[in-house]
Design a protein around this ligand. Structure first.
Ligand SMILES: Cc1ncc(COP(=O)(O)O)c(C=O)c1O
Length: 417
């Protein structure tokens, strides 16, 4: 991008942002998404936008494959191998081999499966090491698995993780990009330290997959999980995915030994025999409509250079932070200011964050709120423009200048924040 950078003495302007859009090599991808008029969507880190080709593909799946094909579609429409197909599409985005990822279940369930299986691979060690500010489901599942298997879940501050990895640790279980602050772990360094101590590592990639490049195999990662509904745009409640490094697959003792993970499900034998490879991570019948939507949605990434996507994401989050500094008072940037230390979101702390976010949403600037005081703004750069960033900050500025957030109706907490 050749647009001259404003200096401290020349403030950022909307024209400058428009210039960044003109030079944006990814700008054409926005046309692949259905975005409501007048909305600036900064919540792709919670629920990705709808790729335009998904409704037609779903209509065909419902009316033709289900309606006409009926049960035959498990074979004729290739429903049965969809978890593997979708897994290999996701594999490209996260630095995995095509037979190391499978789409299945939810992130929470996949986490349960890999934590149990990984604990079984480290007899004699009983600690699952996690982080205090991880997404709660990761802590809940680690705690549940620990109680089930006689292990111990130990959660430490993010800054203490490296030092806390010792010879008692069986598994280090972390989320690569923190859901609240967007802070990024050094995947290579943590994985190397864990391996040095004889531990295995599980990465939660919910805020990584589709948001930035990731190199699981380059880092020597053991396991990973992640969801399909955020930056992968698979739709509400889309199937999740699970990665198991090829070297671990044959020894893996997966606890939810359901029939779709069996070596020969349609022989209907009573004895469980795990499938070879990543297929043993499957449990029961896959939700086909969800998989079909996710598969179609992933085509939005077909010709996307993930390095270019990251460059745009770094620049866009940087621009947002610069504009917050220039235009707003009273907000604290809760995300690392150094671009290489954050994912594709910026979080602002403000004591009235909930009410402020409700006004913004009403005005079409959609982010979300995470208790106790975080306004989250996600930057799904396949469909966002630099001018949107300017317009979003201008709206926040107006909400604060007018005191619009002070109305009682913005204080009422909704079930989903
Ligand atoms: C880091 C992280 N892990 C897990 C989840 C949710 O897991 P599930 O897909 O099982 O609801 C989220 C949801 O936002 C998340 O941010």
């Amino acid at each position: 991008m050749n647009t001259p950078e404003p200096t401290k003495s020349i403030p950022l302007t909307r024209e400058f942002c428009l210039g960044l859009d003109i030079e944006d090599p990814l700008s054409a991808h926005r046309a692949r998404f259905q975005l409501p008029q007048g909305v600036i969507y900064l919540d792709g880190n919670s629920l990705g936008a709808l790729p335009k080709s998904v409704p037609q593909r779903l209509r065909e799946a419902v009316e033709v494959e289900w309606g006409d094909g009926l049960i035959r579609s498990w074979n004729d429409a290739a429903w049965y191998p969809a978890p593997q197909r979708v897994g290999s599409q996701i594999a490209r985005l996260i630095g995995a081999g095509p037979r190391e990822v499978i789409a299945a279940d939810s992130t929470s369930v996949n986490l349960f499966k890999v934590l149990c299986a990984a604990l079984r691979m480290r007899p004699g060690r009983n600690v699952i090491l996690g982080e205090k500010d991880n997404f709660p489901t990761d802590a809940y599942i680690a705690d549940g698995v620990s109680r089930l298997m006689g292990a111990q879940f130990r959660a430490v501050e993010a800054s203490d993780v490296l030092d806390a990895i010792d010879e008692t640790v069986a598994i280090v279980s972390l989320t690569h990009v923190n859901y609240r602050t967007g802070r990024l772990y050094d995947m290579a360094a943590i994985t190397a330290r864990a391996h040095e101590a004889g531990a295995l590592v599980v990465w939660d990639l919910c805020h990584t997959a589709g948001a930035m490049p990731c190199d699981l195999n380059g880092c020597g990662a053991d396991f990973a999980v992640g969801c399909g509904y955020k930056y992968l745009n698979g739709g509400p409640g889309a199937p999740a995915f699970v990665f198991v490094a090829e070297r671990h697959q044959e020894a893996l003792d997966q606890p939810l030994s359901g029939w779709h993970g069996h070596a020969k499900p349609f022989e209907f034998v009573q004895q469980y025999q795990p499938a070879t490879g990543i297929d043993r991570m499957l449990v029961g019948t896959a939700p086909q409509l969800g998989l079909i939507a996710l598969e179609e949605a992933l085509h939005a990434f077909d010709d996307v250079d993930m390095a270019a996507l990251r460059r745009k994401s770094e620049r866009m989050t940087e621009l947002f932070i610069e504009l917050v500094d220039q235009e707003l008072d009273g907000f604290t940037v809760a995300t690392p200011r150094e671009a290489t230390l954050r994912g594709s979101q910026v979080s602002l702390a403000h004591e009235h964050g909930y009410a402020i976010m409700q006004v913004l949403i009403e005005r079409g600037v959609i982010g979300d709120f995470r208790a106790p005081n975080i306004l989250r703004f996600g930057f799904a750069v396949l469909y966002l423009r630099f001018a949107d960033v300017w317009d979003a900050v201008a709206q926040i500025k107006d909400v604060m200048a007018t005191g619009a957030w002070k109305s009682d109706r913005y204080m009422v907490r909704k079930a989903v924040t």
